[in-house]
Design a protein around this ligand. Structure first.
Ligand SMILES: [Zn+2]
Length: 138
């Protein structure tokens, strides 16, 4: 799945060069090229402090620690986004699977996918790459 870097839908716009400069190589591959970090390899899959998780691309608050749960999958998992307004959902049929990609609505950075097998009351599981988010303690 490739990104259109000049996509006018996103208010935060940066050139490919700027993204490369501001992000680490891993963050860049995940956020700008929809790579997936290896399970159990990221900073936040087993991280349970109180606070907020922000977009590495633009600083938007995307997830709250209160919605984080242990899905046992090796990636940070949340039952909902900080608000429905901060994430964009896009149908993703890559890799022979039918999935829903999740992006930051402000800068278009790829975050991960959302699956319909999460805990109540939302029933959703946002499966997010640690490399796409930055934790800010409360
Ligand atoms: Zn963003």
């Amino acid at each position: 799945m490739s990104h259109d870097h000049d996509d006018p839908r996103y208010p935060v716009k940066k050139t490919d060069e700027e993204w490369r400069k501001e992000l680490s190589p891993m963050q860049y591959e995940v956020a700008r090229h929809a790579a997936t970090e290896r399970p159990f390899s990221g900073a936040y899959w087993d991280h349970w402090d109180d606070g907020q998780y922000k977009c590495v691309g633009c600083g938007e608050v995307l997830f709250e620690s209160t919605t984080k749960f242990d899905a046992g999958c090796g990636w940070p998992s949340y039952s909902e986004a900080a608000s429905a307004e901060v994430v964009e959902r896009i149908r993703d049929a890559s890799h022979g699977m039918e999935r829903v990609e999740v992006r930051c609505k402000k800068c278009g950075s790829h975050l991960g996918h959302v699956f319909p097998d999460g805990p109540e009351p939302t029933g959703e599981r946002f499966c997010i790459n640690s490399a796409a988010i930055d934790f800010k303690p409360k």
